[in-house]
Design a protein around this ligand. Sequence first.
Ligand code: DON
Length: 347
Amino acid sequence: MNRRTWTACIGAFALAGAVTAHISSLEAQGTADPQRVVDAAYAKFKDLREGKNADYIPALAKVDPNLFGIALVTTDGKVYTAGDIKTEVSIQSISKVFTMAQVIQEQGLDAIEKRIGVDATGARFNSIIAVEGVKTVVGTGAPEMNPLVNPGAISATSMVTGSTADQVWSKIIGFHNDAAGRQLSVLQDVYKSESDTNQRNQAIGALMLAYGYIKANWQQAVDLYTRQCSIGVNAKDLATMAATLAAAGTNPVTNKQVLDAAKVPGVLAVMATAGLYDDSGKWLYRTGLPAKSGVGGGIIAVSPGKFGIAVVSPPLDDAGNSVRAQRAIADISNALGGNPLAARAKE
Ligand code: DON
């Protein structure tokens, strides 16, 4: 995606957010009953058996593929759920959104754009070819990468400030806790399993140091990145995190401001551009929603000014995105008028 398209994308979301921000609840907008819509999607997709658990991280292959939970949290803090919203899965790449947001919160929107970039790579999430591609533009001020693919995410984690690994970690987990509205913890079996098998991410970390994206201690960055990917979350946690972005950076359940409102559109723009990797365009075409998937089986999506939604269901498609989560979120959002690119016709 070139710079002009990106700018247009940001403008569209900022405008959509402004148009809808004054609406306080879905019901007030005269849409279908959210609970019925959520229940209908659960019933429709409950028996869908497409896709396969990720297995390149051995612990993920052991997660129950039948796990299926849906949660929707509105910007005025109402919660609608169906299925299993208690069982935790590892957050995986969805954490990339919140670590990026934390760096943006601390250091501003420019810091991420200049160091990592905010462009789709057009490659898989852990592509090393993409790293080789961007190194040619290091120092030109326009890296063609983003913080939602592994090289950009490991670099973003390295940008979180702190004089010890523990200090950096407590900021990372603290930001996730604030967005979820509760104390989260690391799923130790997933952390160990990924740490034992993440040689590819270690190679990416070393390359990012060599090419100047990571300034020092790539091993610490890879370890903290692996830890953040192993945070345990359920569908309700994820929906609350998405709703925090939908509600201009304030968690609508706890009312705590997590991210400055002015910084939210930049975060959503990167999600829209690269949140579902190679399939981000298809997803945006169908739903208009900034979203982010994780190989643990979660997907979050954000309807600015309206709601955050999340589905947990481990079986993934070839692009690494949960099959049931994509279908359920698209159905629910479209039934509730969630597409931020669709203006209402004049009455
Ligand atoms: O680094 C990895 O490969 C995983 N911790 C995260 C990958 C991921 O979730 C990609 N998402 N769809």
